[in-house]
Design a protein around this ligand. Sequence first.
Ligand SMILES: Cc1cc2nc3c(=O)[nH]c(=O)nc-3n(C[C@H](O)[C@H](O)[C@H](O)COP(=O)(O)O)c2cc1C
Length: 410
Amino acid sequence: MPSPAQFQGSPQRRYYTGRDLDRAQAIADVRARAHRRMPRFVLEYLESGAGEEATLRRELDVWHEWCFVPRTLRDECHRSLSCSLLGRPARMPVAVAPTGLNGIFQRHGDTALAQGAARAGVPFVQSTMSNDPVEEVAKVPGLRHWWQLYVFGPDEIWQALTDRADAAGCEAMMLTTNAQLFGRREWYARTRATKTRPTLPTMLNAARHPSWALRTFNHGMPGFPNVIDFVPKDRRGFFESAFWIREQMPKSLSWETVAKIRDRWKKPMFLKGLLHPDDILRARDSGVDGVVLGSHGGRQADGSIAPLDVLPRAREIVGDSVALYLSGGIRRGADVLKALALGADAVLAGRAPLYGLCAGGADGVARSLAILHDEALNELGQIGAPALEALGPELLARRADLPLAPHPTG
Ligand SMILES: Cc1cc2nc3c(=O)[nH]c(=O)nc-3n(C[C@H](O)[C@H](O)[C@H](O)COP(=O)(O)O)c2cc1C
C-alpha cells in the first residue's frame, strides 16, 4: 500500500540493504537485505505460504485491525519488557520460533540463530529438522535452549529424540501438531523440476549468488544430524532425507500420542499449532504447560484464521492454567504488545530472526531481535504503559467496533 507520506511516489523511498546492520531501522530493512543476498529458491522456502497464501496475508493484516488507545500523562521513565518465561527471567516476551532447514541460509544456521537469541536474552527453539546437532547448539554460551518435536516413524524415534534433547539440557519442548500432513506450498514447489531436482532457472539464479553458496556449501550440503540415523542409507541426501521423514509422519497423530509424550518428557511441554477452541480446551486438560496458537506461519492450512483472531477466546478458555503463546506474523514490536494485551504470555518470531540470519548471520539475528525489542519498548511508552503488566484489552480498540462507545459513567 502506498504511504500517505508520499505524493505520487515522491519522495522516493528505499529500504536500507547495506552491510551496517545498525542502520537497519525495521524488520523490513533486514528483510530487504536478506532478499538481496539469497537466491530465489531459498527466499521461496523462507517466505512462501500454502495455497494462495490467504493465511499468510491474514497473519500480517490482522495486527492493523487493532488500534492502540493510548493513555497519557503517565510515568514512562522506567519502562521495561523484562518478563518471566517458564519461571525464568527473559529480556522480552519473545522466543525464536523453531524453523527447519536453516542450513540452506548459511552453514551452521541453527547455531547462529541460537547465538543471536542468547545475545538478545530470549529462548531459541531448535527444530527436529535443524541442521546442527542439538549437543552443539547447546554449547552456545548463555542460551536458553528449547526443543521442537516432530513425530515420525515408530514411537522409538520420538522417544530417542526427546531423551537426546533432555540430555543436551533443553529446558522445554514444543510438540508441533499441525504439520503431520505437509502444506501445499506451491511457490516453493515451483522452484523444483522434480521433488529433489531444482529447475534450470532455479539453478541459474542460485549460481548468481556465489557468496551465499560459499557461506552455505563450503563444507558440502547440510544434513539432518539429529535424525539422520533413522533415515535409510540410500535416502540420506539433503532433499531425499527431508522428503523421507515427511513421508514417515503419521497422519493419525492423536491425543493418545500427546499423552505418551507428556508422560515421558518431565520438563515443560507445549503443544504448537492450535487454533480451534475445542483443541485448546482439550490441550488445557491434557497436562501440557503451554499452548502455541499458530498456523505454521501460513504454511499449512490455507484460508484459516490468524492466531490473533482466536487469542482472546483462547485466554478465556485456559484462564491462568497454562501458558499461551502466539506464533505468526510478528514483524513489529507493536505486534508483540498487541498480542500481550489480548492475552498472550509471549510470542514466537519465525521469519523476523530468519531475515536477520540471511542478512548477516548471528549479528543479523541479534539485530532483528534488538529491533523488535526497541520498537516494543518505545511503543510501551507511547501508549502510556509503564510495564508489560499494564497491558490489557482496554488499551486496544478493534477497528470494526470504532467509534468508541461512550463510557457508561459518561
Ligand atoms: C522457513 C520456516 C521453517 C519452519 N520450520 C518449522 C519447523 O521445523 N517446526 C515448526 O514447528 N515450525 C516451523 N515453522 C513455523 C514457525 O515455527 C512459526 O510458527 C512461524 O514461522 C511463525 O510465523 P512468522 O514466520 O510469521 O513469525 C517454520 C516456519 C518457517 C518460515
